[in-house]
Write a protein that binds this ligand. Structure first.
Ligand code: NAP
Length: 249
């Protein structure tokens, strides 16, 4: 029996948990950070909450006899990915990152790629006055002191300070292109801000922005730590888990 920890919080993580839950000789435990109020729970065992940094995760992996870890967290959850790389190295167990492909600009897109949210706030201020902020719940305070009218969409209410003129729209994707075009048109949006999260669930806003000729400020991803293997293919992860029958290297 192999015991596999999935660091989750994404649709891909749930897909993987469902696949591994029915695989023979695999016991799968999914871990969620516990940020979303009503998370969609994956199949199989679930634990919720932080581990307490690299040391906490290292102890947890040892204490729970984990044979392999799949980091299927969101592409912008960089700290847990770095912690997983360090902890699995210390314990001597394999780690694979499951990460959905990035969005790439197509013809007609007016993308402004920036390295972080501070740069995104700067860029958005120079591009428009009515900002559609779709960066999730975290990091909105980078825009708090910026002028302009903000439409902020997230699953749960945003953390921290908000811009003075902000409308919060609580919604969970998927969204259709038609709905996004209507929303942006109704609110008179003239710039969209997003992280390069990738995936089909929330990509309609990009297509809508292209259709409307609106610029999009795109925050680039933090690279996966050096030496850590990654894939965007759930089948590959399932095969990888099967290969690590013996677990510890
Ligand atoms: P982060 O900055 O990389 O992690 C911050 C801390 O949260 C970590 O040090 C860890 O605490 C805890 N943590 C994160 N993911 C965890 C997991 N799967 N299980 C247990 N603890 C976890 O992460 P984040 O950006 O706050 O994201 C938190 C979670 O939300 C992730 O699981 C991610 O998949 C999901 N999510 C994030 C985004 C986003 O835009 N960042 C979007 C959608 C979903 P300890 O150090 O105490 O272990």
């Amino acid at each position: 029996m192999r015991r596999v920890l999935i660091l989750g919080g994404t649709r891909e993580a749930r897909t993987l948990a469902a696949r591994l839950d029915t695989a023979p000789d695999v016991e799968v435990i999914s871990s969620l950070a516990g940020r979303v109020r009503e998370p969609v729970l994956p199949a199989g065992q679930v634990r919720i909450g932080g581990f307490g940094g690299v040391d906490g995760l290292t102890d947890w992996l040892r204490g729970n006899d984990i044979d392999a870890v799949v980091d299927a967290t969101h592409p912008f959850a960089a700290r847990i990915t770095a912690n997983a790389a360090a902890a699995t190295r210390t314990v001597g167990i394999p780690l694979l990152v499951l990460r959905r492909p990035e969005w790439v600009p197509g013809p007609g897109d007016r993308w402004h790629v920036v390295p972080d949210l501070a740069a995104a706030a700067e860029a958005a201020a120079s591009l428009g006055e009515r900002v559609f902020l779709t960066i999730g719940r975290q990091g909105v305070d980078a825009f708090a002191d910026r002028p302009g009218r903000f439409l902020i969409r997230a699953i749960d209410p945003p953390d921290g300070r908000l811009p003075a003129d902000a409308e919060v729209l609580l919604a969970r994707g998927p969204f259709t292109v038609a709905d996004e075009i209507t929303l942006m048109g109704e609110r008179g949006i003239d710039v969209v801000v997003t992280k390069n999260s990738g995936g089909a669930l929330t990509s309609a806003k990009l297509e809508a922005a292209r259709h409307l000729g609106i610029p999009v400020v795109v925050v680039a991803r933090t690279p996966i730590p050096d030496g850590v293997a990654s894939t965007s293919d759930v089948d590959e992860v399932v095969a990888w888990v099967a290969r690590h029958r013996g677990g510890r290297e």
